[in-house]
Design a binder for this molecule. Structure first.
Ligand code: BTN
Length: 242
C-alpha cells in the first residue's frame, strides 16, 4: 500500500485529488503533519497548525455507482470511531453523518470529495482529521472541539491510530463492495450514534424542524420522525442534537 507523507502541505485532500489526476492508484494514502489550507465541510476551514494531529486523505477508485460514494464516509466514521475506542478508553460517539464527538465536542471530521460522471466514479477522496495530541484550541473552537489527549490525559501514537483506522476501513470497504449497501453496518453505526433516539433539529435551507432521530437506513440517510409522526429521510446537511 502506498503512503505519501508531507511534513507540511496545503491540504491532503488537495494532494490526493491532484495525484488522482496524474494516475495515482486506488488505496494511496496522503498524510501530513500540518496543513496550511485544511478544508472542512461546507466551505469551512480545518485548523491544522501544530503537528500533533492526524491529517490524512485516502484515494479510492471504486467500481460502484456515484450515488454510493457518501456511504464511504459512513464507513470511515465507523472505522475511526472503533479505532479510537480500541486505542483509548474514551466514550467516542458518531454524530451523523460523520463527525466523531466526545462529550459533545468534536474530535474528528471527515470530508469526502468525488470526481465522477453520471454513472461512473473516477475517484473518491476521503479526508480525515483527528485531534489526537493537541493541547490547545483557539478561543472560537474551545467550546466545540477537543482532542484525545485533552479527554484521556494520555498521548497516543499517531502512526498506530492511523494504522488501526486504515485496517478497519479496509475490512469494512471489502464487505461493502460485496454488499453494495450499508445494511450490514446499520445497527453497528446506530449503536454508536449520538443522534439515535434523541431530539434533533434538522437544519434545512427551506426551514429548520424538530424530530426524533431513529437511525440510518441502508443508504446512510438519517431517518427522523417529525412532530406529525411521519418518518422523514434526511439526505445530507446538518442536524443538531438537542
Ligand atoms: C469537517 O468539516 O468536519 C471535515 C473536516 C475534514 C478535515 C480533514 S484533515 C485531512 C483532510 N484534508 C483536508 O483539507 N480536510 C480533511
Amino acid at each position: 500500500k502506498r503512503v505519501e507523507y508531507y511534513a507540511e502541505t496545503d491540504s491532503t485532500n488537495i494532494r490526493a485529488k491532484q495525484a488522482a489526476g496524474q494516475g495515482a492508484v486506488h488505496g494511496t494514502l496522503f498524510v501530513a503533519d500540518r496543513q496550511s489550507a485544511g478544508k472542512g465541510r461546507r466551505g469551512r476551514s480545518w485548523d491544522s497548525p501544530e503537528g500533533t494531529e492526524i491529517f490524512m486523505s485516502l484515494l479510492l477508485r471504486p467500481q460502484f455507482a456515484p450515488d454510493k460514494a457518501p456511504m464511504l464516509t459512513i464507513l470511515m466514521a465507523i472505522a475511526a470511531a472503533e479505532a479510537v475506542r480500541d486505542k483509548t478508553d474514551l466514550e467516542v460517539k458518531i454524530k451523523w453523518p460523520n463527525d466523531l464527538v466526545i462529550g459533545g465536542k468534536k474530535i474528528c471530521g471527515i470530508l469526502t470529495e468525488m470526481s465522477a460522471e453520471i454513472d461512473y466514479i473516477d475517484y473518491v477522496v476521503v479526508g480525515v482529521g483527528v485531534n489526537v495530541n493537541r493541547k490547545e484550541f483557539p478561543e472560537e473552537l474551545r467550546e466545540k472541539a477537543t482532542s484525545l489527549l485533552l479527554e484521556g490525559k494520555v498521548s497516543i501514537k499517531r502512526s498506530e491510530l492511523i494504522a488501526e483506522i486504515m485496517q478497519r476501513f479496509e475490512t469494512l470497504y471489502e464487505a461493502f463492495e460485496k454488499e453494495q449497501s450499508l445494511r450490514f453496518v446499520q445497527q453497528r453505526y446506530n449503536e454508536q450514534s449520538v443522534n439515535c433516539g434523541r431530539r434533533v433539529t434538522v437544519l434545512e435551507p427551506k426551514g429548520n424542524w424538530d424530530g426524533i432521530a431513529l437511525g440510518i437506513n441502508g443508504a446512510g440517510e438519517l431517518l427522523v420522525e417529525n412532530e406529525a409522526g411521519e418518518i422523514c429521510t434526511v439526505y445530507s446537511g446538518e442536524v443538531s442534537v438537542r
